[in-house]
Design a protein around this ligand. Structure first.
Ligand SMILES: [Zn+2]
Length: 67
């Protein structure tokens, strides 16, 4: 059963949690519970590419963005 607030608003949310852009594509952040637009998803992908795979896995859902 899906019971988190993120799941509940996932399909109804209109704007990106991070930058406020309208959501045309929505994805949950790798690092936080934020629902992101494609621009922010791409920024996270760049961040993730700079991490080594072990570090990337450890940071999944950590609640903050790595520097
Ligand atoms: Zn965004």
């Amino acid at each position: 059963m899906i019971n988190s607030s993120t799941e509940n608003c996932y399909y109804t949310k209109q704007n990106c949690d991070r930058c406020g852009n309208q959501l045309t594509v929505r994805k949950v952040s790798w690092f936080t519970d934020d629902i992101l637009c494609i621009v922010c998803v791409k920024k996270e992908q760049v961040m993730r590419e700079e991490l080594d795979p072990d570090e990337e896995q450890k940071l999944k859902g950590c609640g903050y963005l790595p520097d």
